[in-house]
Design a protein around this ligand. Structure first.
Ligand SMILES: [Cu+2]
Length: 155
């Protein structure tokens, strides 16, 4: 009688361990596979340091070849100050290494597309790609009057 009870308890205990182990194996493996795909996608975006908002994306590197290059000058101007590109095309801001003044690229109303506090130092590049047509005024906020406009047309 007590021997049978022990067997029953033993079987029950084993069954419980198996079901807990199976459940324990299933949950972490599925969550780790989803979290690893999450971390790989977030690490790839953070390694290229791409910022974005509803109007487009920007960063120190963007995949693709720029179709327009806007240079900052030590005479506190952008050259050219006005460019027209299509949706999906890349605009490059550059401050040639031969310059001595640090500027910044501030896209009006689009903090996410603007340079970080590091600015556009001599030798730096800043790439912007718009996904929404429109007129995008930009400026170097360090130097009043150093501004321009990017016009983005539909592709
Ligand atoms: Cu400037």
């Amino acid at each position: 009688m007590s021997f049978r009870n022990r067997i029953a308890v033993g079987v029950l205990a084993i069954a419980t361990v198996i079901s807990v182990a199976a459940c324990g194996n299933g949950t972490p493996s599925s969550s780790s596979s989803s979290s690893s795909s999450n971390s790989s996608s977030s690490s790839s975006s953070s390694s290229s340091a791409v910022q974005s908002d509803s109007a487009g994306k920007a960063g120190t590197h963007l995949a693709g070849t720029p179709v327009a290059i806007i240079k900052a000058s030590d005479t506190l101007q952008w050259a050219p100050a006005a460019v027209t590109v299509k949706v999906g095309q890349i605009v490059e801001f550059t401050n040639p290494a031969s310059n001595s003044i640090t500027h910044n690229v501030t896209i009006a109303n689009h903090t996410a597309l603007s340079t970080t506090s590091q600015g556009l130092y001599p030798g730096a590049h800043w790439f912007v790609e718009f996904t929404t047509p429109g007129k995008y005024p930009f400026a170097c906020t360090i130097h009043p009057g150093m501004d321009g406009t990017i016009t983005v047309t539909a592709s």
